[in-house]
Design a protein around this ligand. Structure first.
Ligand code: TRP
Length: 454
């Protein structure tokens, strides 16, 4: 790895900047929008337990592997994989990891921006006091009006995509670091405030119970696959986003420690979001299986009844917009970096091109909530297909290939040097965690799905 490669895209100013930016990538709609509704749909506690196990046994090792490959390669995922495969005397076809990654990033970005658009819209709606004293029916009606209006959603989706392209066009250090520095702490404090409110809502015991006490009769093989897929989604793993950020990491950073910090922050935020939302669900007799619209129906209700609700809800949705923004940036970055490296495009031109293409595809997701609601493939809408294909298939597949490559095909010297492993024992532990447990975990999860079918 040479400093020249790094000079192509820029570099983080230090360890903290990387941890913040990677946390900015990890913490987003996945934690606050997706995790609660998936836990709700899949029976609560058992889903959460499987999710936590997947974070620890599969996600964390792969996170460490991704950062390591990224720093070693110093380029976008396709080129990093090609370069590292060559350097270790392996076949160049390992770069397929990078190609899957670009595809997955692009697909996720397309629907991510639509949901982020809902959040932007909710920031403004909160600010004008629409949710003051709102009832459960009122909150559903307000959401229903947005979901039914494709044109309005398109406007918000467009705004969000432009925001994303704008930051990426400016480049990594200036664009990304600033955003991440203060956002995470403030978001964290606000979530704690909301959990505090949830404790007074009358549904806390039931909500906490639902989320934290596993009832294995409620989880299916499909639920287990979903929990694992979501571990990848939430940690931003499997498509090379973290590999991409790893490319901008200075050589003296301790990768393992950084990986642990990022995974912990991400997990805490998801659990807090669950603890803020489910008490409100139960206190108001809502259905935990509501699906992707869950937070848009429950949070306004909580804010509507809370003292200072207008202030808190506006702040919350603005922060969630920013969290989604810092995640979307990491989705577009691998595609942009690839275009810059291989097509000699300027960052700005590449960002605009990728954003426009993903914007266009996002229209399919918008229509899934209104005009195309009935248009399904195997019972899934356009949005659900895009989500399933990426979260449940491409990310676990990409992540497994990353783990297998790092553990079995990368040379021992490279691993030990990058991770600072000094003993045979440390190296063996790395090999077991990344080369055996993580891939085997993914396999076991997929096999559990077969039980469902048979
Ligand atoms: N992790 C982000 C979230 O939870 C979404 C995300 C950003 C992502 N970059 C990614 C998911 C890369 C998978 C891969 O909202």
């Amino acid at each position: 790895m040479t400093q020249v490669d790094k000079a192509v895209h820029g570099m983080w100013s230090g360890r903290m900047a990387f941890v913040l930016a990677a946390t900015g990538s990890a913490v987003g709609l996945g934690n606050i929008w997706k995790f609660p509704y998936m836990a709700g749909e899949n029976g609560g506690g058992a889903f959460v337990l499987v999710y936590l196990l997947c974070i620890l046994l599969i996600g964390l090792p792969i996170m460490i592997a991704e950062i390591m490959l990224g720093r070693r390669g110093g380029l976008s995922p396709v080129n990093t994989m090609r370069k590292l495969a060559k350097a270790s005397g392996q076949h160049a076809s390992w770069q397929v990891i990078g190609w899957f990654g670009l595809l997955a990033a692009f697909l996720i970005l397309s629907f991510y921006s639509v949901i982020a658009g809902w959040v932007v819209s909710y920031s403004l709606r909160s600010a004008v006091g629409i949710f003051e004293g709102v009832t459960a029916e009122g909150a559903s009606a307000i959401f229903g009006e947005l979901a039914g209006d494709a044109e309005k959603q398109l406007a918000w989706h467009t705004i969000f995509m432009v925001m994303t392209a704008a930051v990426v066009a400016r480049g990594v250090e200036r664009g990304l670091e600033q955003a991440a520095r203060w956002l995470m702490p403030v978001l964290f404090v606000l979530l704690v405030v909301m959990v505090g409110y949830a404790m007074t809502s009358g549904g806390f015991a039931e909500g906490a119970n639902f989320l934290l006490v596993p009832d294995f009769s409620k989880i299916t093989g499909a639920g287990i696959v979903a929990a694992m897929g979501h571990a990848f989604f939430s940690l931003s793993l499997g498509l090379g986003a973290i590999m991409m950020y790893g490319a901008y990491v200075p050589n003296d950073m301790r990768i393992i420690g950084a990986g642990i910090s990022i995974a912990m922050a991400d997990t805490v935020v998801a659990l807090l979001a669950g603890l803020a939302i489910f008490p409100v669900v139960f206190a108001n007799g809502l259905d935990p299986e509501t699906g992707p619209t869950l937070i848009f129906q429950t949070l306004p209700l909580a804010f509507g009844q809370m003292g200072g609700g207008v202030f808190f809800s506006t702040l919350f949705f603005v922060l969630l917009t920013l969290a989604a923004w810092s995640s979307a940036i990491s989705l577009i970055e691998p595609c942009v970096a690839w275009l810059v490296e291989n097509r000699r495009m300027s960052r700005a031109a590449a960002a605009v091109l990728v954003a426009m293409a993903a914007w266009f595809l996002g229209i399919g997701t918008i229509l899934s909530f209104n005009h195309w609601q009935e248009l399904t493939l195997y019972g899934k809408t356009f949005f659900e297909v895009a989500d399933f294909l990426t979260t449940n298939l491409l990310l676990p597949l990409g992540g497994t290939l990353i783990a297998v490559f790092s553990a079995w095909f990368l040379s021992r010297e490279v691993v030990c040097e990058e991770l600072g492993l000094k003993s045979d024992r440390a190296f063996l532990m790395w090999k077991i965690a990344v080369g055996v447990i993580a891939p085997l975990g993914v396999l076991v999860v997929f096999v559990s799905r077969l039980g469902d079918l048979g």
